[in-house]
Design a protein around this ligand. Structure first.
Ligand code: GTP
Ligand code: MG
Length: 314
């Protein structure tokens, strides 16, 4: 496939408009190609007719993907790796572990263990394949400042890995708002050219979006942005044969749209793009119950995990 055109190279888009588009979050032609003229006009402060023209050009030039033959797809499926959680019951629930080329969403209330599992996987991914790892590095987009290097040291030590080395194989970026969070995907793509990145974590996927887009009026835009972000993540997963782990809180307070307090934020947009969804809830002590929810190919079921000093265990 040919290198993609840049936004500035679209005929009729001057540098000022290109800048406005980028500021509004349109990072590549694809994001413009799938936009509606009305939204694009509003976001970039241009006329709707111009927006329409730009979208049509972007549609023609964007790398919108292609048809693949069944055998090529099978070949790609064969490369799918399974990353162990370190918990037998949870691995079994997922058909052998956290799949690469897939997005796995962990959702649940505060303290349910989402961030703990993220830390555990950031270490496990470094293990060789015969030990359930993927022999790669982990990237983490940390939106809530909950990454703790000390936890990596503890978890790595418990697996007999060199803690210092384990730390150098985890790359963490803070994201200060949803726009920043999406921009960091560009850095992630660049890093994946330098290191064999096999796990990308976004913890939390939805917190910034939820805080920034408040009320019914902002819902459409929030869902659109989230949708774009999810597709970016899926592309990263496919390109790097990597596991994507995203976390999501359930809305404790009724949301403008998704009133049910046990519904994950982002509703169907996140749900339909994630390949696996795991609902986590608290049980006694350090025990947590993980429930696999609407998986396309696996039976629904539950696994119990224990959060402890060493990480996540049976
Ligand atoms: P939010 O991000 O607030 O939505 O929660 P979360 O789902 O990410 O929860 P998190 O993974 O941070 O879980 C926090 C829980 O993990 C704590 O309440 C503890 O039960 C447990 N935990 C964290 N660190 C340790 C540790 O070092 N030892 C033990 N035993 N438990 C720990
Ligand atoms: Mg957390």
């Amino acid at each position: 496939m040919t290198e993609e055109m840049k936004i500035d190279e679209l005929p009729g888009v001057g540098p000022a408009t290109a800048e406005k588009l980028r500021e509004a979050g349109y990072s590549d032609l694809m994001t413009i190609a799938v936009e509606s003229p009305k939204n694009l006009a509003e976001m970039a402060e241009i006329g709707e007719a111009t927006a329409n023209k730009i979208i049509n050009l972007a549609k023609r030039e964007a790398d919108i993907g292609n048809f693949e033959t069944g055998d090529a797809l099978l070949e790609r499926r064969k490369a799918v790796g399974k990353l162990t959680s370190g918990v037998k019951a949870l691995d079994e629930l997922l058909g052998g572990g956290f799949e690469s080329q897939a997005i796995i969403e962990l959702y649940g209330e505060f303290g349910s263990g989402k961030t703990q599992i993220a830390h555990q996987l950031a270490v496990n991914v470094q293990l060789p394949e015969d030990q359930g790892g993927l022999g790669g590095h982990a990237l983490m987009i940390d939106t809530e400042n909950t990454f703790r290097p000390e936890r990596i040291v503890q978890i790595a030590g418990a697996l007999d890995l060199d803690p210092q080395e384990a730390l150098t194989n985890v790359h963490v970026a803070r994201a200060f708002n949803s726009h920043h969070q999406m921009l960091l995907m560009d850095r992630a793509k660049a890093l994946a050219k330098e290191f064999p990145v096999k796990l990308l974590i976004v913890d939390s996927l939805t917190a910034h979006f939820r805080a920034e887009y408040i009320g019914r009026g902002a819902l459409a835009e929030r869902q659109q942005k989230l949708n774009r972000h999810m597709h970016d993540l899926q592309r990263f997963a496919d390109l790097n044969n990597a596991v994507i782990l995203v976390t999501n809180q359930v809305s404790a307070k009724p949301d403008a749209f998704f009133g049910d307090p046990t519904r994950p934020i982002g509703g169907h947009i996140v749900g339909h793009t994630a390949t696996f969804r795991i609902y986590m809830r608290k049980s006694k002590g350090g025990k947590r119950i993980c429930r696999l929810v609407d998986s396309p190919s696996l039976p629904d079921g539950e696994a119990v995990v224990t959060l402890c000093e060493e990480g996540v265990r049976d």
